[in-house]
Design a protein around this ligand. Structure first.
Ligand code: FES
Ligand code: FES
Length: 184
């Protein structure tokens, strides 16, 4: 199928009305149509978690969801976590523990951590391991990643997905690329 289909998304708090290729995944839509390349592309079969985003608060492999299936959803990508310039508690904890090595898996790890802490603010180590089990790290930095999630939880910094933001009155943000307002 080659036709394009109109969909509406809330992406990182910004309403977007776009036409997408019917066969494109949400990962394609985010990276190619919206320029949000913080969401990483790797296995494309739901095995690695590099493409993890939040859909209505739940962590999802965006390579397994068609863009048209996400019509009407609220999507949070890594760009949405620090759109106002301040790192989320989870991002800060990853920084503090040196959890990022090559960094490729980190956006997905961080979003899975956000989803976990939103429902379980004080998880055990086992719960963290289970919550991030779908996110592979080829640098094998698991110890620091788990430490980061526990640090964010222990600090009492309740990590949540970025709350949807309303554009300022008269500001046509929907017509601007996300990259202009949310550096990656
Ligand atoms: S690229 Fe989606 S799970 Fe690997
Ligand atoms: S930090 Fe390199 S793949 Fe995880």
């Amino acid at each position: 199928m080659t036709g394009r289909v109109p969909i509406r998304l809330d992406v990182n708090g910004r309403p977007r009305s776009i036409e997408v290729a019917a066969h494109h995944t949400l990962l394609d839509v985010l990276r190619e149509d919206l320029g949000l390349t913080g969401t990483k592309e790797c296995c494309l079969v739901g095995e690695c978690g590099s493409c993890t985003v939040l859909i209505d608060g739940r962590s999802v492999d965006s390579c397994l969801v068609l863009g048209v299936e996400a019509d009407g959803a609220a999507v949070t990508t890594v760009e949405g976590l620090a759109a106002d310039g301040a790192l989320s508690a989870v991002q800060q904890a990853f920084l503090d523990t040196g959890a990022a090595q090559c960094g490729f898996c980190i956006p997905g790890q961080v979003l899975s951590a956000h989803a976990l802490l939103a429902t379980s603010p004080h998880p055990s180590r086992e719960e963290v391991e289970e919550g991030l089990a779908g996110n592979l790290c080829r640098c094998a930095g698991y110890e620091q990643i788990i430490e980061a999630v526990l640090l964010a939880a222990d600090a009492g910094k309740k990590a949540r997905p970025a709350a949807p933001r309303s554009p300022a009155p008269g500001t046509d943000v929907a017509s601007r690329p996300d990259a202009e307002v949310a550096p990656q």
